[in-house]
Design a protein around this ligand. Structure first.
Ligand code: DX5
Ligand code: ZN
Length: 224
């Protein structure tokens, strides 16, 4: 049996913006698979980050796919400009998207991969009807808004149930986890069925961020 693929997606939220180019180069040379870009609007979550301009800058600085996580209300307002700016994946919150099916279709029409994300308090079952249409399903393992928060332990069981839902619905979506991913949490998530891991604080506060990317990946490969 071939081992499932593992993707590591460093989060831009924890990057030192004064050294953006260097830090993105370091992610690439460290073997990162995607760059995770957290867009926050100060309404859906109590924090503000960046928009199309920064996505465009990242697009110029790295060849890594840009995995854009939209923590915003009315996410459809941003689809066109973000895809034009270079987003590879657009992931919208189920809680902010009553017309989920239509919006997933719209993202794909624009030529990007479509993801849906749920908060810790939102049931996995709420995604059953769209699961087969998704390119990515993201489980928040913290309440969104900030980097550096503690991993919510019950997320592991939620990932397990999400993997079962993807299998039951024949979905080929990547299963991503975001929040508190570090050396002590990544393996349990991988064993539960996640294949794509966002990490901000764990990578960028490490003494050697480049090595940390490899260390996180290695923890998903080693068999106990
Ligand atoms: C939180 C963001 C995360 C954040 C993760 O709202 O969606 O992507 O950057 O940060 P860490 O890995 O530090 O928990
Ligand atoms: Zn995120």
């Amino acid at each position: 049996m071939t081992a499932p693929s593992v993707r590591i997606a460093p989060s831009l939220l924890s990057v030192d913006f004064a050294r953006l180019a260097d830090q993105l180069a370091l992610c690439e040379s460290g073997g990162a698979d995607w760059l995770h870009v957290d867009v926050m609007d100060g309404v859906f979550v109590p924090n503000l980050t960046f928009g199309a301009k920064v996505i465009e800058t990242c697009r110029k600085l790295t060849k890594l796919p840009l995995d854009v996580h939209l923590m915003v209300v009315e996410p459809e307002k941003y689809f066109d400009s973000f895809v034009k700016a270079g987003a590879s994946v657009l992931t919208i919150h189920q809680e902010a998207a009553p017309h989920l099916h239509r919006q997933v279709g719209r993202i794909k029409e624009l030529g990007a991969a479509a993801g849906v994300v749920i908060n810790p308090g939102t049931p996995v079952e709420s995604l059953r009807e769209v699961a087969a249409d998704l390119d990515l399903l993201l489980i928040m393992s913290v309440n969104p808004g900030y980097g550096g928060q503690a991993f919510i332990k019950s997320s592991v069981d939620k990932i397990r149930r999400t993997r079962a839902l993807l299998d039951e619905t024949g979905s080929r979506a990547a299963l991503e986890v975001d929040g508190g991913i570090a050396r002590d949490t990544i393996r349990a998530c991988w064993e539960a069925g996640a294949d794509t891991f966002v990490a901000g604080n764990a990578i960028f506060s490490a003494a050697d961020p480049k090595a940390e990317i490899g260390a996180l990946r290695a923890l998903c490969r080693v068999h106990a």
